[in-house]
Design a binder for this molecule. Structure first.
Ligand SMILES: Nc1ncnc2c1ncn2[C@@H]1O[C@H](COP(=O)(O)OP(=O)(O)OP(=O)(O)O)[C@@H](O)[C@H]1O
Length: 277
């Protein structure tokens, strides 16, 4: 569990990126921080692994105050995946993945073997292991970025807009892949995005942020969709504009859900007690 307790961050130039932020991010769940540009998402994420230190307040990981931990050691046991993959251009794919375990003291041969297994995990063919990042597609690079983030077998995986720079089709593939991975690996994931659809798709807990890291609402996607806390949230999630309104259309083969433009959105199936799901 990651806990923020009254955390603020003021940068040396006086910018207050985060003000009095408190939140529990449960273990083995995905928490998504979503908000517009400048709302403090990246600053919040980077405070978890001490790439940025809070000006006040504290962050605990499983009850341990991170300010008492050595930053480099902390960073090595927390996976970090960023936009544009953050791969080292002059290292082959396999060495990009194996680097952190080697720094952690794993013998190189063993680290490279584990790296190959991780390529399997993220759905990449092992034949790509000897390529350089520039010889991969954007989506493949992001998968290597995820493999790299997982390489030290961290309990926590921080992901900063990891799918922001790839085209929508690849992005959808990567999102599905992350859901599969999360079921398999059971990590505590903190994911930053400005895309509310991505937040609802991936998040167990979604945190909608306003400027200064102010929490507009926290909840499951269902809770937020069914009961937006205020106009800001309603506007942000598109509920106000009826963008997410679905209605039932009866067809000879059953009932389907359609969106406001008449596009089919899904099939209505009965719930366990026979009521509509
Ligand atoms: N090193 C810094 N020095 C001064 N101000 C900073 C620094 N890093 C970030 N900020 C400011 O802090 C605020 C929050 O930035 P942050 O990068 O956390 O936002 P964000 O929500 O991740 O934005 P984006 O979606 O654009 O990445 C912004 O106003 C930003 O300009």
């Amino acid at each position: 569990m990651i806990e923020f307790v009254n955390v603020s961050k003021r940068f040396p130039d006086g910018t207050v990126a985060v003000e009095d932020f408190s939140l529990v991010m449960p273990s083995r769940k995905t928490t998504v921080l979503v908000g517009s540009s400048g709302s403090g998402k990246t600053t919040l994420l980077r405070m978890i692994n001490r790439m940025v230190d809070p000006s006040s307040g504290r962050i605990e990981i499983d009850g341990e105050d991170t300010s008492s931990l050595e930053p480099v050691a902390l960073r090595r046991r927390i996976g970090y995946v960023m936009q544009n993959s953050g791969l080292l251009p002059h290292f082959k794919v396999i060495d990009n993945v194996a680097t952190v375990p080697v720094l952690n003291g794993v013998p190189r041969k063993q680290a490279r073997e584990q790296a190959l297994t991780l390529l399997d995990t993220v759905g990449l063919d092992r034949s790509l292991a000897d390529r350089y990042p520039s010889q991969l597609s954007g989506g493949q690079q992001q998968r290597v970025g995820v493999a790299r983030g997982l390489a030290a077998n961290p309990n926590i995986l921080l992901m900063d807009e990891p799918f922001g720079a790839v085209d929508p089709i690849v992005r959808a593939e990567l999102q599905v892949e992350l859901i599969r991975l999360q079921r398999e690996l059971d990590k505590t994931v903190v994911f930053v995005t400005h895309d509310i659809d991505e937040a609802f798709l991936l998040g167990d807990q979604v945190v909608i942020l306003e400027t200064g890291g102010r929490v507009a609402q926290v909840g499951s996607p269902t809770e937020i969709l069914s009961d937006p806390a205020n106009d800001f949230v309603a506007n942000f999630i598109g509920a106000e504009k009826g963008k997410r309104a679905l209605s039932i259309r009866k067809t000879p083969r059953g009932e389907i859900l359609v969106d406001t433009e008449g596009r089919a959105a899904g099939v209505l199936v009965p719930g366990p007690d026979g009521s509509p799901a």
